[in-house]
Design a protein around this ligand. Structure first.
Ligand code: SF4
Length: 478
């Protein structure tokens, strides 16, 4: 997947001018926010569950090595194999080796952001192995040669007319005059086309929402049941997961599951919660002959012990982006890589570098909604600020911004000078505003004034009013 995060501003301009996309993004607001709110209000202990979920993950992250080893032992005992992948390249090579040994020509895939992260589809195709996405949204975007624009609703940027056009373009073996005007008919067609792919596949690849150290179990939640068919029908099942998906026990997983679906889609639980432990045992009616788990690091272990460690609590529910005004405005593709929205603004610089993804933590109003709704209580705005600091320290942000901040810091460290400069600056700025209380243009603030007016300062400074005992200022602060 080509990384376009450095072009976030250009991507965003394109997204804002795309009328169809803007209409589709309205579905994010309507489809997720109210449902989550209702689900949360119906569960009085929701906040307590969030605290427990955070504590579970913090405990795991403090003892990650021990839980990973315990997990590996249990998987091995149950007849499965654990493969450690330090980089995306390692993970791709491991998957290819398994597929080659299985003589695989077709691979079905349940939804997995990790495989997006390592660019697995393009890689397998280049090696002559056909990957078939089985999650409906993923299937649609695969037909279009696109990437997900949302971590739980990958095709949220599309409307049904676009999907109909894609189905007619690709499913040429079906009757031309068929009715595809309703979502149900589109769903029925995808189901019938995918059914034969499940049986044709030699290998099934799924992600994992949780890996349970106590039992060596991987857990996946879906609403379509595609994960079950992907892992049960092929001869070989590969679970792709990143290191931090570990939880100690099944009980811990069930506690986090209670906040996951409510935060994601407003459901009490997802329709399918599927647990798999090792390959098929004698007497089992179904299941794979081989069971592999690929554990991907890809930069996560270097987040441990840093100010970004808490990001590893993320359970990929998507609530932060569902409530983010920036995501609502530009959608997921503008972020230029796998992870969009506030979680992407923190995770992407951690994984691909702040030099490439520096725009993302800057694309925030800091309204705080993401942290408010995050079921794992991840302090996303705080971590975006940390990334801004790293960017500044490394001299990566524009010179005007750096010199502007340097100038401000010079005055801020000298309170008397600061007060003098602001008391002189206000009348000057008021003059520049032409007495109209608004700037149409202001040097160094063109990014703002190009699209909206900037209020001009009026009257006295805050400090002057405070010193004079301005009751109105105190009342506002209080
Ligand atoms: S950061 Fe929080 S809200 Fe966002 S996807 Fe992760 S767990 Fe969900």
């Amino acid at each position: 997947m080509q990384i376009t995060s450095p072009s976030f501003k250009e991507n965003s301009r394109g997204a804002l001018a795309d009328a169809q996309l803007q209409k589709a993004l309205g579905n994010v607001r309507a489809g997720f926010i109210d449902k989550r709110l209702k689900a949360v209000e119906a569960l009085p202990e929701f906040d307590l569950l969030r605290d427990n979920a955070r504590a579970i993950k913090d405990h795991v992250l403090a003892h990650l090595d021990l839980y990973l080893e315990a997990y590996e032992k249990k998987v091995t005992e149950s007849g499965g194999h654990v493969h450690w992948a330090e980089t995306a390249e390692d993970a791709r090579r491991i998957v290819l080796d398994i597929c080659r040994k299985a003589n695989a020509r077709t691979v079905t895939k349940g939804k997995s952001m990790i495989t997006e992260e390592i660019g697995l589809n393009d890689f397998l195709e280049a090696e002559g192995i056909r990957p078939v996405e089985t999650d409906l949204g993923e299937y649609i975007i695969q037909l279009r040669g696109e990437h997900p624009s949302h971590i739980i609703a990958p095709a949220v940027h599309l409307n049904k007319e676009q999907v109909e056009a894609d189905f007619r373009r690709v499913h040429k073996h079906l009757a031309e005059g068929r009715d595809l005007s309703e979502p149900e008919s589109l769903l029925g067609e995808a189901r019938s086309v995918l059914r034969s792919e499940y049986f044709a596949a030699d290998v099934g690849i799924t992600g994992a929402n949780f890996l349970v150290a106590e039992t060596g179990t991987s857990i996946i939640v879906t609403n379509e049941g595609n994960g079950d068919l992907t892992q049960i029908l092929p001869r070989v099942h590969i679970v792709m997961a990143s290191l931090e998906k570990i939880v100690p026990t099944l009980d811990d997983a069930s506690q986090i599951l209670r906040v996951l679906a409510r935060s994601a889609t407003g459901q009490d639980m997802s329709v399918y919660t599927t647990l798999s432990t090792g390959p098929r045992r004698p007497g089992d009616p179904d299941g794979p002959e081989e069971y592999h788990v690929v554990l991907l690091d890809n930069g996560r272990s270097s987040m441990l012990g840093t100010e970004f460690q808490e990001m590893l609590r993320c359970i990929r529910c998507g609530a932060c982006m569902n409530h983010c005004p920036v995501y609502h405005a530009v959608g997921g593709h503008a972020y230029g890589w796998v992870y969009p929205g506030p979680m992407g603004a923190v995770l992407t610089p951690s994984l691909i570098g702040v030099d490439k993804a520096g725009h993302l933590p800057n694309a925030s109003t800091f309204c705080g909604r993401c942290e408010e709704v995050c079921p794992m209580r991840i302090p996303l705005p705080k971590m975006m600020r940390h990334w801004r600091e790293r960017e500044f320290e490394r001299g990566l942000n524009p010179a005007t911004q750096r010199y502007g901040l340097g100038l401000w810091a010079f005055f801020a460290k000298r309170p008397r000078l600061y007060r003098l400069a602001s008391s002189l600056g206000i009348p000057v700025l008021s003059l520049l505003g032409g007495g109209k209380r608004r700037f149409r243009y202001l040097p160094l603030a063109g990014g703002w004034t190009k699209y909206r007016d900037l209020p001009a300062p009026e009257g006295r400074t805050f400090m002057q009013q405070w010193r004079d005992g301005g009751a109105s200022v105190r009342a506002r602060v209080a």
